[in-house]
Design a binder for this molecule. Sequence first.
Ligand code: WAQ
Ligand code: MG
Length: 282
Amino acid sequence: MVYPLWSIRMRASMTVGGGHRCRGPLSNQKTVHISGAEGLYKLSEIEGVTRYYLLRAMNHSRGKPDTVVITVERVRERPIAIPLLPVSTESCDSPDDARRLVSRLLSDTGISEKAIRSGLRVVTGKKVMRGASLVFSVSGSRAEPDMERGVRVSRLGIERSSERALSRRLAKAGINTMTVKEALILASKVASCRGIVAELCVSDDPDYTTGYVASKKFGYVRIPNIKHKGSLRGGRVFFINEDADVEQIINYLEKTPVIVRQTAMAYRTGHPKKSETFWGPR
Ligand code: WAQ
Ligand code: MG
């Protein structure tokens, strides 16, 4: 890897509500999240990536943004190398089925029923956050300081040779898309964070109905039909230990540069039994 790396982030939003007569803080205008993306790149990649992020923001299934913010920032620290989570796909026919599957997987990691319900409320609720919610895995209460924004995982990437290997493996399983790759890299950073037990993710894109649960314990488990087609709801929840250091978790997720490298020590997971696509140590 060539150092220093650059952190590139994009967020796109649109303003809704309030006519032209009632602008300003007293109007009922709201900012709605459309899309976001982030990664660590080399200097030579900045031009291409910012163009790609801009096009993504302007042509999104959630709508046309009126504000797009792209931040390009040099990262001084050397990134920490982490392994990818192993991938598997469950069979699942409906959101009801998915709810049962999600509950079973999460409770296997010791997360309480109350916390699972709290997490499910976040990903099925009307308000879509830009980032993720942090949910205590016993009490189920929420720990993120800004409940509208949430915690945004940033400063993450994958080494070129590892990305090529990953693409080949995903292609064999017929799932070599940017959506899967980005989600898997994000979930791998989240799983590497001390204090985080598991993650639940439902895309907020109306036509993307596959979600996942992830943890060091069972890897990245894809769940088809986690929501109905056409729904604009979705979100992410990171379940944390009851005694976790919330500030430290947020700092790691948002600030610590992390890069996926094939040669990083892999996790030993027990799951899955009936996977279509699986790799990693058993
Ligand atoms: N950090 C924290 N939360 C995020 C981030 C981030 N970097 N990016 C997105 N979120 C949250 C936010 O609340 C979004 O509303 C929600 O997640 C969904 O984001 O293997 O596309 O980008 O086929 O719509 C899963 C792929 C794709 C499953 C998930 O999420 C598969 C996806 P989206
Ligand atoms: Mg989305």
